[in-house]
Design a protein around this ligand. Sequence first.
Ligand SMILES: [Zn+2]
Length: 118
Amino acid sequence: MPTTVNLFEHGQDCRPNSPCAACRANEFLRGRLSEDDYEKFLALMLVYQSQEKESIALDELHLSARTYGCLKTAKVQTVGDIVQFSEGTFLRIPNIGRKSLNEMKEVLGKLGLAFKPE
Ligand SMILES: [Zn+2]
């Protein structure tokens, strides 16, 4: 299976004399696209990556049993469903408390996402 490359994140092994896979991919694209097309391509990739994140299923987030149960009951299925909540509306889910809120903020943070502003 081919490994996927996040074009926006350097690998841990990135050095000026031996660039990581993301740097090499960016260099390759920049050499073959006009500046304008390269910018458009990157913008498209950002949209694509955020859509990918929002399609992550609840089961894949490794939540505590309590948080998972509450969300399941509230028919929350994906990360995309979660980011529809603000912190305030999230706390209105039956049995969700501060602890679950903080847990979820951490999970969203790791994905580079957040709750909606109030
Ligand atoms: Zn790099």
